[in-house]
Design a protein. Structure first.
Length: 445
């Protein structure tokens, strides 16, 4: 039994069938806990007040997860009764985190704090620790992974017995995402290494060698994503790429960036295994398992199938899948998409592009003024209250000067003008002895 001083993790529980605990947000949370081997939370599965569950089902869960407690919704703290689950309540009971991405990121951070030597866990948060950090309301990617795909798969499981069921649009969006070129912070260097590798392979293929040597070359794995695979798995084992330590020849360095070959997706967000892969694995697994069970003709998603198999090979994932009873349901090689599925993928991608264009924010006063005028609203402007007043930015600490930050000169100037306006108006309203506080002003690097 966990100590009462531990953080409490609350997960919804609607029941489970075979290896799937519903809702999927709960399955995902338990899968991450298993992967991290995290035992620093008291875990509560929340059951509806009016429903009594099969004792055999609950005993099955408890046998695999003895640290789990069942609790009725009416018995959970008032603080979390109106929250979206999963939710974590701090041990002092005064602070609550809610929502899948927020809670999963917190689990990763707490696991690392408990064992700072386990740097591989922290790598789940990706470059600059921003994986799934943007909320679903502003990030299409977070919304797809955190909300749309889990909900879509839950709905699909209800009707998966229909052999004519189409591939859900959200699954097609993920398939299409895996086909996009990868962008990482050091992609220029890796892409130049890819050019060098390809030239070496071409040179080997064109050399007159013996038949025995030819057979050896043929048995190698010269796939187009070979470099990406080695880069990705060297990151997983926290090792440096040997090739990365060698400087490329001058003819490689002189190639224009626009002419370099694109990098291929290895994991959901590119080359590196992140929290996103852990979020999507249970969802995609249950989707594929339902398709195979009911013989639906919708398994032809080659990029998703390759991603699925690759994730199952990640160190630590096998132990987590065993604990969560997730078994590899693919025993055959994937095949290319049929024409109908290719068309569906293309249509879904075009729809997502249209949505992206519709919600893109342009900003600035002129587009706003134009929209107002189109609706018959005319803005009336008044003179600036302090037209020539400005802060002496050069006399201020660099930490508060936008011009000293990592942004373009134009953006820094606009930010200075914005702050000039705020300070001019506030100081005009302030009285002697007032304390002026700027809330939500950002963090100090």
């Amino acid at each position: 039994m966990k100590s009462e001083n531990e953080d409490h993790l609350y997960l919804d529980y609607f029941g489970h069938s075979e290896d799937c605990i519903h809702p999927l947000h709960t399955s995902i949370s338990l899968f991450l806990l298993a992967y991290c081997d995290c035992k620093i939370f008291r875990i509560f599965l929340i059951t509806p007040n009016e429903i009594t569950f099969d004792i055999q089902q609950t005993e099955e869960i408890l046998s695999k997860n003895p640290e789990i407690n069942f609790i009725k919704r009416s018995e959970i703290p008032v603080m979390v009764q109106s929250c979206c689950f999963p939710a974590v309540v701090k041990k002092n009971g005064r602070f609550c985190r809610a929502g899948l991405a927020v809670v999963l990121r917190y689990i990763v951070q707490k696991t690392y704090e408990a064992d700072p030597s386990n740097k591989g866990i922290l790598e789940l948060l990706g470059f600059k620790r921003t994986c799934l950090k943007a909320c679903a309301e502003v990030s299409e990617w977070t919304r797809l992974c955190e909300i749309s795909i889990p909900l879509t798969v839950e709905n699909f499981l209800k009707v998966s017995h229909n052999p004519h069921q189409n591939i859900p649009r959200e699954i097609l969006l993920f398939e299409n995402k895996l086909g996009e070129p990868v962008r990482v912070h050091n992609d220029d260097k890796i892409r130049r290494q890819k050019v060098q590798q390809q030239k070496m392979l071409d040179k080997t293929a064109s050399t007159d060698i013996s038949s025995k040597e030819a057979r050896t070359v043929e048995t190698q794995e010269p796939g187009s994503a070979d470099l990406e695979l080695r880069t990705a798995f060297s990151k997983l084992t926290l090792q440096k790429m040997p090739l990365a330590t060698n400087r490329e020849p001058s003819h490689i360095r002189k190639i224009k960036t626009s002419e370099l070959p694109p990098l291929e997706h290895i994991f959901a967000e590119g080359l590196y295994f992140t929290l996103t892969d852990i979020v999507l694995l249970p969802c995609i697994h249950h989707f594929l398992a339902a398709c195979k069970k009911h013989q639906n003709n919708i398994l032809q998603l080659p990029l998703i199938l390759s991603w699925y198999k690759r994730v199952l090979d990640v160190p630590g994932i096998k132990q987590a899948t065993v604990k969560c009873n997730i078994k590899n349901i693919l025993n055959c090689q994937s095949h290319p998409l049929p024409n109908e599925c290719e068309q569906n993928t293309s249509t879904a991608f075009k729809e997502s592009e249209n949505i992206r264009e519709e919600i893109q924010f342009i900003g600035g006063p002129r587009p706003t003024m134009t929209k107002l005028m189109e609706k018959g609203i005319e803005a009336i402007f008044s003179p600036h209250p302090c037209p020539k007043w400005t802060l002496d930015w050069d006399s201020l600490p660099a930490a508060v000067n936008p011009g000293k930050g990592k942004m373009s000169a134009d953006r820094a100037l606009r930010k200075q003008q914005q702050l000039n306006n705020l300070i001019a108006l506030v100081t005009k309203l302030a009285k002697p002895g007032d304390v002026i506080v700027d809330f939500c002003s950002g963090g100090v690097m």
